[in-house]
Structures are given as structure tokens and as C-alpha cells.
Design a protein around this ligand. Sequence first.
Ligand SMILES: Nc1ncnc2c1ncn2[C@@H]1O[C@H](COP(=O)(O)OP(=O)(O)OP(=O)(O)O)[C@@H](O)[C@H]1O
Length: 307
Amino acid sequence: MIEVNGLTKRYGAVTAVRDLTFAVRPGHVTGFLGPNGAGKSTTLRMILGLNRPTAGGATIDGRSFARHRAGLRHVGALLDAGDVHGGRTAAAHLYALARGNGLPRRRVADVLEEVGLAGVARRRIGGFSLGMRQRLGIAAALLGDPPVLLFDEPVNGLDPEGVRWIRGLFRRLAAEGRTVLVSSHLMSEMENTADHLVVIGRGELIAAESLAVFAARGTGASVSVRTPDSAELAAVLALEGAHVRPDGGDVLTVTGLGAARIGELAHQRRIMLHELAPRTASLEQAFMELTADRADYRAEAQVGDAR
Ligand SMILES: Nc1ncnc2c1ncn2[C@@H]1O[C@H](COP(=O)(O)OP(=O)(O)OP(=O)(O)O)[C@@H](O)[C@H]1O
């Protein structure tokens, strides 16, 4: 378990991270989301003891990272995939890491196999694509077979097959009972992977909850109702304060009232329902709405994704 408590980081006049408190539990993939510049990398670096907090702190399984003598055996991390010696081969890079951390040499072949780089183990990293470097960084994180794993934007540079592979890998690692924290600035990368979310904007916590709860925050959450008595039901629901939109034929889209209450009201008035279906807002929509006023930088493409 990772526990972050009142974590704050200031760089001169810039507050990169402000009073963050959240927990990341084992057995789940937790998505760490925020627009560019939100403070994700700074937070991960503080959890890993690479940046010193201005205030607050973080622990991994009850101890600060510096106090984990087990190192890579306890915590694995992918921070910056570009931060490797290009002149080395993939295998030599991992052998050096294994040696430096007292890990058995045989782990190198295991993790290269795991990330799909066994065939290029003897090639120099300098010739690797970004996606191959990401895989190598993931191999390094897995080297010590650690129970806690942190990945900073691991999906960058992966092709669609790589994206599918990495989703499966994260889910498997979590199913094995590990703590898995994965950062991204795109909700679409997380919605089929994470079951919990920690969302930040301009260094501040926006949400720390399950995906389902987060999605329900979006104003797009509604209930679709199909009934032969749509005009009568619409009037009843409007009296209860719901917003009712006729959606063609006998379908109504209702916001501001839950499915259970709509069913009760219909039952009381003896109105026949043919369908009563809650529709959650898309996660992307909830993410865009909640971070809208806390995004410093946002690419047009991301705004487009939400439509
Ligand atoms: N060493 C530093 N000196 C000064 N400011 C910094 C430093 N590192 C980060 N910042 C600032 O802190 C804020 C948070 O940056 P950070 O890299 O943690 O965000 P991020 O969420 O990881 O964003 P991205 O997705 O773009 O990497 C930004 O405003 C950034 O400019």
C-alpha cells in the first residue's frame, strides 16, 4: 500500500503539488490522472524518494522509500523511459541493474521474455523505438519481482498491440495482489485498465475513488426510460424536479432522478415501463468537467476526445 499524506512541493513561486493525501491499495490497478503539468511526475518522484517534499510525506507499506532496504525487490518503477544508456544492449542494461541490486541474473531473461524483448536482448538500446524503451523500462521495474509498482505514462509510444499487452500486464500484476499505480494524462488510457482513480489538477487532489463513483460525478449521468405513456410519465417526473428530455418515440432521458425513484413513481401512477436503464456519464466527460478549470495545458486532440 502506498500512503501519501499532506504531500506538498514548491519550486520557488510555483506550487507543483499541494497538500495531497490519498492511499493506493494492493490488488487494484490505480490510475493516477491529471492534465499535463498537474504534478503527477513530481508526486511519483517524491513517493520514490527522488524529490524531497516541502511538506508532508509518503510511505510504501508503512515506511518511507529510503527505509526500504529491499530496493527493487520491494518497489519497481518506470519513470522516464528515455533515461537509459543508449550504447548498452538491453540485456547488459538489465544485468547491470540486477548486479547493483543483488538480484539473480536469471531474472533478466525472465523479464525480457515477459515484456516481449527477448528477441532484441543483444541489440543496443540506442536503436530502440520509444515503445521498445517503454517495454525495457517495464522490464527493469519488474526485475526484483516487487509487490509495489509505479509507472509514469507507460503507454506513451506503444502501438495498439502494445497498449493491449500493457493493460493485461497491469491487471495480472494487480490480480497477483500487488499495488499498481499508473499515471496518465488521458482518461481513455485508464478506463479499461484501472479500477480505482486518483485525479489531480494543478497539484491538488480532485478525486480518489472507484471508477464507477468517478463516472457518476459527470453531469452526463442519466436514466433512459421507455414507456408507452411517455407524456404522462414526463409530467410526473417533472413535478418531482427531474429534467426530462423526449428522445424520440416512447423514450425519455431523465437527469436529476435515480432509476429506483423513477420506477417507484411509475408504479404508483400505474404507468407501464418497457425499459429503465441508468446511463453513466463517460469517464472522459467526468474527467474533462472536473479538471476543466485546473488544466494549464491541454491539447486540442484531448478536448476532441471528450466529444
Ligand atoms: N524541477 C522543477 N523546477 C521548477 N518547476 C518544476 C520542476 N519540476 C516540475 N515543475 C513544475 O511543477 C508542475 C508539475 O509538473 P509535473 O511534471 O509533476 O506534472 P505532470 O502532471 O507529471 O505533467 P506531465 O504529464 O506534463 O509530465 C509544472 O508546473 C512544472 O512546470
